[in-house]
Design a protein around this ligand. Structure first.
Ligand code: NAD
Length: 257
């Protein structure tokens, strides 16, 4: 069995995804800033290239799965880096590893987006034009000018663009025989969420907001959704966004889906 690559594997949802794969007897090939098989900074073009090259070298150019979990939350001080990691880092690894996934057995990829992907519309997404032309400096500049809540703007814009980028790839990836889907978590108890709860700008809103199921999700619950989408039981699921948010999206957007 060829490996499944997991980015963001050192913490939270990525670590839970690795644990879930191991429970199924599948050893993940891990990527993160630190404590991974491949240490790489997906926030830079060089780091992304290193990650892709190292995965191809270690896997022999054959992968059965890919789970793209690496990401930064809205609390991160530099909004431009949020866009670079969450959008450009994820898309570069996705595209860079398609040739290896094509060689795999029942291959599939899952991109971890967010319910925040719906908080900005594509028509008004401030990075839409820049990401369409692959212009990372322009996308970074667009969020840097975003005002006090530019972290949240950068986060929502990058996740919206990520879901759009995934959906735009369904024809090419379907023809290549590789299924591709997103998971959109709500609030999940990880270091990323806890850092947001400690943030003076967003903390109170995050702490006081209660999802319809009246708790935060666990990393294992998101990992279970990722494993489902990677597996054979999801054989006809392609181009979907699986919302795993305790009912938040349905609460706020009951007529939009
Ligand atoms: P986390 O902080 O626990 O884990 C994120 C991992 O990504 C870390 O191990 C970190 O080192 C890695 N990472 C960050 N920047 C990187 C870079 N430049 N290069 C390589 N690796 C990098 O966070 P999490 O909550 O597990 O988040 C995982 C994904 O889930 C993220 O994409 C996040 O946006 C998304 N998400 C999380 C929540 C939530 O409430 N926790 C909600 C919606 C979506």
């Amino acid at each position: 069995m060829a490996p499944t690559v997991v980015t963001g594997a050192a913490s939270g949802i990525g670590a839970a995804t690795c644990a879930a794969l191991r429970e199924q007897g599948r050893e993940p090939l891990t990527v993160d800033l630190h404590d991974a098989d491949i240490n790489a900074d997906l926030g830079t073009p060089e780091g992304r290239q290193h990650a892709v090259d190292a995965v191809l070298a270690r896997s022999g150019g054959v992968l059965d799965g890919l789970a793209l979990c690496a990401g930064l939350g809205p609390h991160v001080p530099d909004p431009a880096r949020i866009v670079s990691v969450n959008y450009f880092g994820t898309v570069a690894v996705l595209d860079g590893l398609l040739p290896a996934l094509r060689e795999g057995e029942q291959p599939a990829a899952v991109v971890v987006s967010s319910v925040s992907s719906t908080h900005v519309a594509w028509d008004t997404n401030p990075i839409a034009t820049a990401v369409e032309s692959g212009d990372e400096p322009a996308a970074r500049a667009a969020v840097a000018a975003g005002g006090e809540y530019r972290g949240q703007l950068a986060y929502a814009a990058s996740k919206n663009a990520l879901t759009v980028a995934t959906r735009r790839r369904v024809a090419e990836w379907g023809a290549a025989g590789v299924r591709l889907n997103t998971v959109a978590p709500g609030s999940v108890d990880t270091p990323l969420l806890r850092a947001g709860m400690d943030d003076p700008r967003y903390g109170q809103a995050i702490r006081e907001f209660v999802a319809p199921v009246a708790r935060h999700g666990t990393p294992a619950e998101i990992a279970a959704a990722i494993l489902y989408l990677l597996g054979g039981n999801a054989g006809f699921v392609h181009g979907a966004q699986l919302v795993v948010d305790g009912g938040v999206d349905a609460l706020f957007r009951p007529t939009t889906f």
